[in-house]
Design a protein around this ligand. Sequence first.
Ligand SMILES: [Zn+2]
Length: 153
Amino acid sequence: MKHYSYEQWTKYVKNELDGEDKILYEDHLYTCDQCLEVYLTAIEAEELPDIIDGTAFTDNIMAQLPNENNKQDTKNENFSRKATAFYKKTIFHYGIAAAMTLILMSTGFFQTLTQYAGDVESKQFKEDKASITEGIMDKTFAWMDTKKEEDKK
Ligand SMILES: [Zn+2]
């Protein structure tokens, strides 16, 4: 299987790929846990600075609110447009990430079920083993009792 590099996933996150490549990347993502991890790292690395930028931008606007009302209107418009674009982009990527998590979770869920069944089985086994041990102990005590009786004689 051909894997994609971190740089390539960054391009994907930044939406710098053409349509055909994008489909190839997406298809690969559905089948490759390794690349999914790289992809999620790329999202974190690429999206977080945007959030920080956005916060700085808001602070900037807030600081200008009292004295420059006219300028603030245009800036606010820019900000909301930027925020919407960012929001859409993030929702798209997190949507994919969420779907992946769901798939992984459902796989994990079935694994847990199997493990649960295994636990029940081994518990049963332990109980059997315990009764065997108990039996051996009973026999040992019985033997010790007879031995004591013998010693008395
Ligand atoms: Zn891969």
